[in-house]
Design a protein around this ligand. Structure first.
Ligand code: ZN
Length: 140
């Protein structure tokens, strides 16, 4: 009987010894992924900042329209690529991942306001109380 128990303990010890590095490897993998995701988010933020900066440069005349358009296109492409990378890392689309993240920290994702009339689809501004096209009451 005692040998059976000792036998079990030995088996458990051996299994634990073998599996431990695997768990460790898995854990580092998750940590690496987190680090990588953070890096991508920083890149995304930088790209969004760039977009804001050049918008200002355009408004103040430091940048001409063509250059502005080009940089905007490049920035948007870059952001799309980064979002795809984050999505790949998370195993889901970036939007879904962000949604999940926000709900995990107890925050409702921002609702995208559709600034169109629900009656006729004409564009309306959030300040409008009635649609200029069809007179439908606007509720935001
Ligand atoms: Zn309308």
């Amino acid at each position: 009987m005692i040998f059976t128990i000792l036998g079990y303990i030995l088996v458990i010890l051996v299994v634990a010894f073998v599996l431990e590095p695997l768990f460790k490897k898995h854990r580092t993998l998750l940590q690496d992924r987190g680090k990588q995701a953070k890096e991508y988010l920083v890149q995304l933020g930088t790209s969004q900042d760039t977009l804001r900066d050049i918008e200002l440069d355009m408004q103040t005349g430091k940048l001409d329209q063509d250059d502005y358009q080009q940089i905007v296109q490049e920035s948007l492409q870059e952001q799309k690529a980064i979002r795809e990378k984050i999505g790949k890392l998370a195993g889901m689309s970036y939007e879904k991942w962000q949604h999940k993240l926000l709900s995990e920290i107890g925050q409702e994702p921002q609702k995208q306001e559709k600034n169109i009339c629900s009656q006729c689809g004409a564009p309306v501004s959030p300040d409008d109380r009635f649609c200029a096209q069809c007179g439908h009451k606007i509720n935001f």
